[in-house]
Design a protein around this ligand. Sequence first.
Ligand SMILES: N[C@@H](CCC(=O)N[C@@H](CS)C(=O)NCC(=O)O)C(=O)O
Length: 244
Amino acid sequence: MAEPHIILYDLKLFQTSGLPWSPHTCKTRYALNYKGIPYKTVWLTFPEVHTEIPKITKSDAPPTVPVIVDVLHDNKVVQDSWEIAKYLDETYPDTPKLFNNDIGAQMFLYNYCTKKPLFPIFRLVLPAMLERSGDMRDWFVTTRETFFKTSIDNIIGDSDEQKKALTELLEPIGAILKEYPYLNGEQIAWADIMLAAYLNFFYTLQPDMFDTFVLKDDKAGKEFSEWWGRMEKYMKLEPPSPST
Ligand SMILES: N[C@@H](CCC(=O)N[C@@H](CS)C(=O)NCC(=O)O)C(=O)O
């Protein structure tokens, strides 16, 4: 395997390493896969994100992953999936582009998906995260309740409402996929990678709901399903080999 150019700090789902699940870190993983840039993953637990990330970023920005360290470029540290995407396009210009003179439109899609469909997905997967949280359950519940300023039950809310909200919020995205193979038209771009990462979060933690409320949804299920099939080769633990 090629020597890693990049170290990617990713989040373990509690005790599980090697399962790409986090909606934010998967954006960077899939971007690296799409670009074919060799990388190595360092898996951190939730508490380790809080202790280790400030030592790497040496900043007082909130400790979150993804963070990358670019070994080929003076160990440059970049935090935040959007900043990382822009950095990778600039620093690795010979790899497939995530942005094609369309950064404003892609930023809109990114903000829409992050502020709208990602939230009901998060609420629908939260019970599955709690089930897997083992001895980190109390830490996880307390930090989420502090962040949202309400109880974990209120955050989860009514799952029927979340499912309805999700299918409605995905409808405008499905409308694009009815016309074009990718959100950006004929070619993959950042927006596709971002949406694949958000939907993978749902798929990994609630596979049956993902099937029913995304792939088999009446409004755009067929189109989501075909698009998901096209994206799958980038949604792996490592870059696809050049022949695939
Ligand atoms: N806008 C940031 C969001 C990063 C983010 O929220 N990451 C989560 C992982 S999914 C995190 O590190 N959370 C730490 C915690 O919740 O304690 C990005 O896209 O990179």
